[in-house]
Design a protein around this ligand. Structure first.
Ligand code: HEM
Length: 395
């Protein structure tokens, strides 16, 4: 790595501050040092919308991290590849996540899961935690069904997802994390191996079935890695958007009244939550060549962290970016990424959250509200959401 100019070193950025409240940190970075060297993470942070967009859409200049923990955690999936290999694998899952399949096949499954877990909420009664008792099982059960993991239950999916994410973020090299990550890998491999003969004989709309019937035969380790990518990438974000959406309404009474009067506004709420309280704040890339961004020289091989949660609040892109406003003028956001790695599950996520979870919760639990929403802290940096969300309703 070549010299890093003192002017771009942002040694005031700490993980504690990012976890406590990333938005003041993001705002200062965008204003003072839009391309900043972050010593404790050994990488640059890029915080403005236009720069994040540029990096994500120039795959010849910025590639997936070559020595990434993600590869160690789940194997080499499409997220760790460029085209044409990436495109081949991406097209192999397309049938399972395209809008028509989601609407016709998965939406009824999502609804059945919502009905099941809302019934369990009612049994618990007011005071129950919406996150652990609804958002977690609902998102995990939906994902398991879409992936075709019919031999596993929602608790397996959520546990595996957490263990894969923990491995991907195991910068400290904690051996206990690798141990449980290895166990999750073994269990998912076993679950897939058991299902391969079944789906060869009974192809269906699921992701595993799509991967197995791709026009170009994919090696089993590629199939496994892409299933693990979806397990780690398709669970905690819907979970967090469900609870963040309720929290946003309960802290904005006027918007809450509008949405309660018109359920079509759940779609706008979904888009605004992904922008305003992005469930993913950070994407990682590696510079493939020496390049300048915003006048800062980045040497080939340097790691570059794209702060998409900051890009989504860039004052150059949005009026009043700090405001929660479901009627804001439509401008693209980066909450699902952009370019070749744009989220493959965005439509499934929108249908399960805005089309199923929110309408079902409000319909089935009259007077639904979060208990003291102002006191509940968000947590996490790369992935961020509300860990505990006590709710009440008129029972
Ligand atoms: C609100 C929910 C979700 C959010 C905010 C989200 C966000 C993202 C983002 C930002 C990326 C780009 C990563 C990068 O460029 O490095 C991504 C990729 C991906 N997501 Fe999602 N995601 C969500 C739900 C889902 C679901 C439900 C699934 C599976 C059904 C899924 C599957 C994937 C896959 C397979 C990729 C990799 C795409 C590729 O490399 O071409 N996501 N997601």
């Amino acid at each position: 790595m070549t010299d890093i100019s003192d002017a771009v070193v942002a040694d005031w950025v700490t993980l504690d501050d990012l976890v406590a409240d990333p938005y003041p940190v993001f705002e200062r970075l965008r204003r003072e040092t839009p391309v900043a060297w972050i010593p404790f993470l050994n990488r640059y942070f890029v915080s403005r919308f236009a720069d994040c967009f540029f990096v994500e859409t120039h795959n010849e200049l910025f590639i997936p991290q070559t020595n990434s923990l993600v590869r160690e955690s789940i194997g080499v999936s499409m997220i760790s590849k460029g085209d044409p290999e990436h495109a081949r694998e991406r097209s192999a899952i397309a049938a399972a996540v395209k809008a028509r399949t989601v609407n016709e096949v998965w939406q009824p499954v999502f609804q059945a899961n919502a009905d099941r877990f809302v019934a369990e909420l009612k049994q618990h009664g007011p005071g129950v935690d919406l996150d652990s008792q609804f958002a977690v099982p609902f998102s995990a059960a939906n994902l398991g069904a879409l992936l075709g993991l019919i031999n596993s239950d929602w608790a397996d999916i959520s546990r595996w997802s957490k263990q894969f994410i923990a491995g991907s973020g195991n910068l400290a090299g904690d051996p206990a994390v690798w141990l449980s990550n290895g166990r999750a890998n073994d269990e998912v491999n076993d679950a897939i191996d058991e299902l391969v003969p079944y789906y060869r004989a009974h192809p269906d709309a699921s992701m595993l079935s799509s991967l197995l019937s791709a026009p170009v035969d994919l090696p089993i380790d590629v199939i496994r890695a892409n299933m693990k990518l979806a397990i780690s990438g398709g669970f905690n974000e819907p979970e967090h958007v469900i609870t963040s959406g309720l929290w946003a309404l309960d802290t904005h009474a006027e918007t809450r009244a509008r949405v309660r009067a018109d359920e079509t506004l759940f779609a706008a709420l979904f888009t605004e939550i992904i922008r305003w309280r992005s469930p993913i704040n950070l994407l990682n890339r590696e510079a493939a060549v020496d390049i300048d961004i915003d006048g800062v020289h980045i040497a080939a091989g340097s790691l570059v962290g794209l702060l998409i949660g900051s890009a989504n609040r860039d004052e150059r892109q949005y009026d009043h970016p700090e405001a929660f406003d479901i009627s804001r003028k439509r401008r693209p956001h980066l909450g699902f990424g952009v370019g070749i790695h744009l989220c493959a599950g965005s439509w499934a996520a929108k249908v399960e959250v805005a089309g199923v979870a929110w309408p079902t919760l409000y319909r089935e639990l009259p007077g639904l509200h979060i208990v003291e929403p102002e006191t509940i802290p968000f947590s996490g940096f790369a992935f961020r959401g509300l860990p505990v969300v006590p709710i009440a309703w008129n029972s």
